[in-house]
Design a protein around this ligand. Structure first.
Ligand SMILES: *Cc1c(COP(=O)(O)O)cnc(C)c1O
Length: 464
C-alpha cells in the first residue's frame, strides 16, 4: 500500500486557541456590529481571515531573528536579504519597506501620474487604492474564465492578451507607466498565471515599451502551479521556475507577510539602477534609510531565510495540499467553490450557496457571519462590501463574484482544523433554505469601508 501524505515538519511550539458556545458568539458578533474585523482574536476558534502575516516561522527563521543586525546603515541583515533576493529572484537592486502596500506607495510615487492607465489581472485592493489615489485608473484584463467558478481553466489568473493590447493601443504609451501582473491572483481566487502568459505579456509590453511589474505576494505558490500544470516545467525545481518567472519582469513589489513567511515586511526589487535611485528618494522619505526601509534587522534576516524555504518543493507540496484538502472536502459536500482550488485559500461562491438572500443584503458577508455563529471560524467577505461604492455615483458596486474567502495561514493549522471548517459549512448548507435575509449598513467609511463597516439584520421581524 502507498504511504499516505503527511506534513514534512513537526511542531515545536504551540499556541492555545479557544472554543466558545453559540450564545457567546451571538453576543460577540452583535457587539462587533456584524463585522468580523471587529472581533477579538480570543473570540475566534479557527482564524481564516487572512494568510497575511499569520504564518508560523521555522526554527531556522527564529534562529536568524537572534542574529539580526540592528545597525542603521549597512547591516549584515540587509546584505543577507539582498543576497537572497539576487540569487532566488534575480534582481540586482532592492529596497526594504514595512509591508506590501508601502512598496506600492514608494514605487508608484515614481511611476504613476494623474490620468495614467494601469492594466493588470484584477489588481489587489491596496494596489488599486494606490493607483486611484493618484487619480489614475486600473484596467482589469483578466481572462473571462476567471469569473466562471465552474470553469476548470488551469491558469485563471492569466491576462487576456487581446484585452491588454487593446489598452496599449487605446492610449499613448506615455500614459501607461506599467502593467501589473499579480501572482497568484487573489481577487480571482488565488489563481495562478502560467509561464507562457508571463512570457507573452513581457514580449507584448516590450514591443510597446511598457514596464512589467509583478505584484509578487504569492509568487512561490504560483511557481508550484506552473510545475504541476505546465508540461515543460514538470521536472524543473521551484527555484528554477521562480528564476524564469522573474526574468519576465522589470520590477516587483512584495508583501513578505505572504510568501516571505514572516509576520511583517515587504520590499521593492528592480533591475534598472535608474529606477532604484528614483525610488530610493521616496523610500527614505516614507519608509526609512535604504538598508532597512520599514524593517528591523532581525526581520530582514528571517525574511532572507523565508524566501529560501518558501521556494522548496516540499514546503509548497505541504502548503498547497492543505488548501486542496479543505477545498476537496467542500466539493465532496456539493458546496459551490471557485475551481480549481487556488493556492492560499478556498473561495466559496456565496451567490450559489445562499440563493435567497438579496444582493442588496451582502450575501457573502451573511455567509461569513453564519459560519462564525456556527463554529467560531472566521473567514472574510470578498464581495459587495469590499467592492465599495462607485467614487462618482456613490452607488454600491456589485462585483461579478460574491465570495467567502477561507484563507489558510502557512504551517499554522492541522487538517483536523480543516475538518471542523468543512463540517460547519456543511451544516449551514443543509439549512440554507432557511436563510432568507442578510444585513444592512448602519455606518460606513468613505473609502475601504469593509474594515470598519457597522451592520444590522436586514430582516425587521428578527428578534434584534
Ligand atoms: C497583501 C497584498 C498586498 C499588500 O501587502 P500588505 O503587506 O498587506 O501591505 C498587495 N498585493 C497583494 C497581491 C497582496 O496579497
Amino acid at each position: 500500500m502507498e504511504l499516505p501524505f503527511a506534513e514534512s515538519y513537526k511542531i515545536k511550539m504551540v499556541e492555545r486557541i479557544y472554543r466558545s458556545t453559540r450564545k457567546q458568539r451571538e453576543d460577540w458578533i452583535k457587539q462587533a456590529s456584524y463585522n468580523l474585523f471587529n472581533l477579538k482574536s480570543e473570540q475566534v476558534y479557527i482564524d481564516l481571515l487572512t494568510d497575511s502575516g499569520t504564518g508560523a516561522m521555522s526554527q531556522n527563521q527564529w534562529a536568524a531573528i537572534m542574529t539580526g543586525d540592528e545597525s542603521y546603515a549597512g547591516s549584515s541583515s540587509y546584505y543577507h536579504l539582498k543576497d537572497a533576493i539576487r540569487t532566488i529572484l534575480g534582481f540586482e537592486y532592492f529596497l526594504p519597506t514595512h509591508q506590501g502596500r508601502a512598496a506600492e506607495n514608494v514605487l508608484f510615487s515614481v511611476l504613476v501620474k494623474a490620468d495614467n492607465v494601469v492594466p493588470g489581472n484584477s489588481h489587489f485592493d491596496t494596489t488599486k487604492g494606490h493607483i486611484e489615489y493618484r487619480k489614475a485608473s486600473a484596467v482589469d484584463c483578466t481572462i473571462d474564465e476567471a469569473f466562471d467558478t465552474d470553469s476548470l481553466h488551469p491558469f485563471k489568473g492569466n491576462i487576456d492578451l487581446e484585452k491588454l493590447e487593446a489598452v496599449y493601443t487605446a492610449h499613448p504609451v506615455g500614459q501607461i507607466p506599467m502593467v501589473i501582473v499579480t501572482l497568484t491572483c487573489n481577487t480571482s481566487g488565488g489563481q495562478p498565471v502560467s509561464m507562457q502568459n508571463l512570457r507573452d505579456v513581457y514580449a507584448l509590453s516590450q514591443k510597446y515599451g511598457i514596464k512589467v511589474v509583478f505584484d509578487s505576494a504569492r509568487f512561490a505558490e504560483n511557481a508550484w502551479f506552473i510545475q504541476q500544470r505546465e508540461d515543460e516545467y514538470r521536472n524543473k525545481t521551484i527555484k528554477e521556475i521562480v528564476a524564469e518567472m522573474f526574468s519576465y519582469a522589470d520590477a516587483m513589489t512584495m508583501s513578505s507577510k505572504k510568501d516571505g513567511i514572516v509576520n511583517i515586511g515587504g520590499f521593492i526589487a528592480v533591475k534598472e539602477e535608474a529606477l532604484y535611485k528614483q525610488a530610493s528618494v521616496f523610500n527614505i522619505m516614507f519608509e526609512g534609510f535604504n538598508t532597512y526601509g520599514g524593517m528591523a534587522g532581525r526581520d530582514m534576516n528571517a525574511l532572507a531565510v523565508g524566501l529560501d524555504e518558501v521556494t522548496t518543493d516540499d514546503y509548497l507540496e505541504n502548503r498547497i495540499q492543505q488548501v486542496a484538502y479543505l477545498g476537496n472536502l467542500l466539493i465532496a459536500n456539493n458546496i459551490p467553490v471557485q475551481k480549481p482550488i487556488g493556492g492560499h485559500a478556498v473561495f466559496v461562491d456565496a451567490k450559489k450557496f445562499l440563493g435567497h438572500v438579496p444582493k442588496e443584503e451582502y450575501v457573502a458577508q451573511t455567509l461569513a457571519i453564519e459560519l462564525y455563529l456556527e463554529s467560531g471560524v472566521r473567514g472574510v467577505e470578498v464581495g459587495t462590501l469590499l467592492a465599495d461604492r462607485d467614487p462618482l455615483t456613490r452607488e454600491n458596486r456589485y462585483p461579478k463574484l460574491e465570495m467567502l474567502r477561507l484563507a489558510i495561514p502557512r504551517r499554522t493549522y492541522t487538517n483536523n482544523h480543516m475538518d471542523v471548517v468543512a463540517v460547519a459549512l456543511k451544516n449551514i448548507f443543509d439549512r440554507r433554505e432557511l436563510i432568507n435575509h442578510g444585513y444592512r449598513i448602519k455606518k460606513e467609511a468613505p473609502i475601504m469601508r469593509h474594515f470598519s463597516v457597522e451592520l444590522e439584520h436586514a430582516d425587521d421581524t428578527n428578534q434584534d
